[in-house]
Design a protein. Structure first.
Length: 262
């Protein structure tokens, strides 16, 4: 059965706007490049937003406040918790695209999302100084993790070398931001760090965790400087975290369980 169009309908069809067809290989390559320029920043921001949510649930106050960034727990636990989502995403990107960019892209999206969140929620709404609530910078550690995967092309070696370096370098890469807040100040007859002093000046809540000095004790058994010890321990635990969540990523990236749902 055929349908005949009148002269008026044919004229409307001929005047309809038409897109540019991909007539050759150069047009196709340019279209893919334009898609990459659009989707990669969008995916980075979305996954970075998910990382911000995960960081708020797991890291919490160690990430929000400078006075909570002590020399024991902050360099030990924070890189372990931040490594979870990049590891899961790394498996999917490497298996399906052979692109060692998941950790770096997620770290960029995380940092941008955190900067916007801290500026709007902490600075504009509650007037906390930005240098007191600056987010962690782990882009360099993520680049190292992706670079090791690119060189070795092995999840086993990446976990052993890249995972260890991720936990080890996290504290050192953030030291330029944290160091000024560790300067000693004297308030009456009490000596405390600048971050602790700001913690008493900028009231957050009446809970005991926010009205005391966080670093009440240190790992003095290992000497006066405990941050390197925490960094080394974090590096060893990061190897285990990488292996566990690479396995979880392999299960999540397998489409078999999606077919069972459908």
């Amino acid at each position: 059965m055929s349908i005949e169009l009148g002269s008026t309908e044919q004229g409307e069809i001929s005047r309809a706007p038409r897109g540019k067809a991909l007539n050759n290989v150069q047009d196709q390559v340019q279209a893919w490049r334009n898609a990459d320029l659009f989707f990669f920043p969008l995916i980075s921001i979305l996954i970075g937003g998910a990382a911000v949510f995960l960081c708020a649930l797991t890291v919490g106050d160690w990430s929000y406040w400078m006075d909570w960034r002590d020399r024991r727990w902050w360099p030990l636990l924070t890189p372990l918790l931040l490594l979870v989502l990049p590891t899961v995403a790394t498996y999917a990107f490497w298996k399906y695209f052979k692109l060692p960019v998941a950790a770096t892209g997620l770290a960029l999206g995380f940092w941008l999302s955190q900067i916007i969140s801290r500026y709007v929620n902490f600075y504009l709404f509650t007037a906390f100084p930005m240098n007191w609530v600056m987010p962690e910078v782990w882009i360099g550690a993520a680049v190292v993790l992706d670079a090791v995967l690119l060189i070795t092309r092995s999840f086993a070696l990446t976990g052993l070398v890249g995972g260890f370096l991720f936990g080890l370098l996290f504290s050192a890469m953030n030291w330029p931001v944290v160091a000024p807040m560790h300067m000693p100040v004297q308030l009456g007859d009490t000596v405390m760090t600048l971050a602790d002093y700001m913690g008493f000046q900028y009231i957050r809540t009446a809970m005991p965790e926010y009205v005391r000095i966080i670093e009440a004790g240190t790992l003095r058994t290992f000497g006066t400087n405990v941050a390197p010890v925490s960094a080394f321990v974090s590096g060893f635990f990061a190897i285990l975290v990488y292996y566990v969540f690479i396995w979880i990523g392999s299960k999540g990236a397998n489409p078999a369980w999606l077919k069972k749902l459908v």
